[in-house]
Design a binder for this molecule. Sequence first.
Ligand SMILES: O=C(O)c1cc(=O)[nH]c(=O)n1[C@@H]1O[C@H](COP(=O)(O)O)[C@@H](O)[C@H]1O
Length: 270
Amino acid sequence: MTKQEIIKQIFSKKSYLCVGLDTDINKIPSHLKSAEDPIFEFNKQIIDATYEYAVAYKPNIAFYEAHGPKGWESLQKTIEYIPDDIFTIADAKRGDIGNTSKMYARAFFEQMNFDSITVAPYMGSDSVEPFLEFENKWVILLALTSNQGSKDFQYLKVNDQSLFEEVLQKSQDWGDSENMMYVVGATRTDQLEKIRKSIPNHFLLVPGVGAQGGNLSDVSEKGLNKDCGLLVNSSRGIIYASDEKNFAQVAAQKAKSIQEEMEGYLAKWC
Ligand SMILES: O=C(O)c1cc(=O)[nH]c(=O)n1[C@@H]1O[C@H](COP(=O)(O)O)[C@@H](O)[C@H]1O
């Protein structure tokens, strides 16, 4: 998917919501557990209910890999079920020596036709570039993550700046705002203005609102640019809002209320 197509979708739906499909078999409503493929059945109902309010879906690959071949099958069915106009993110956090990254890229871009993949920058240019060789596919590079442990390495000083700033700077040699986005956690808004200044045109994937306590208003005020420039993810806060039979309806209400809040921020800041 091109950047223009992403932007068009955002402004027509008045939303920059990404719904995270971190589908945990232990958390899905019990009435679905007898289905032939409970994970896919859950995802299907979540997608049907939230599609109107979301511009992206992000299956977290760990939740599928944990079930072996059956999990991969649920993932494949899910990605095929997501409508073509929606941006899809394989949250796989890959990155390895070049020839291995190339195989990861083929797995997620060719076998499964995801639009993008999250990639860890730690192994450097030759671990990231193979993902950038695919037309209209995106690398979403981890910059400043939402978790507590982000402080272990990402703030360490390198060349007079924090390591995450070095990642933002160095990776400008690898791709541009047409094929690269960055992950910045919603719990890290103290750095967001500075990040936005250093990469004014890139889209940011911002996880961490909802269950991790990030604030949508703060993220939006500091992160929006003229094209919107944000995809804000919520996983547990939407998909597990209820574990009753009406879970999809409750998820839709959650997604709708986030979308309505986003509509206000787009009107104010874009
Ligand atoms: O790359 C990610 O998506 C990611 C990066 C990050 O810094 N923090 C983070 O929470 N995530 C992912 O975003 C999702 C957040 O889920 P919730 O906290 O349930 O909304 C999970 O799939 C995480 O793996």
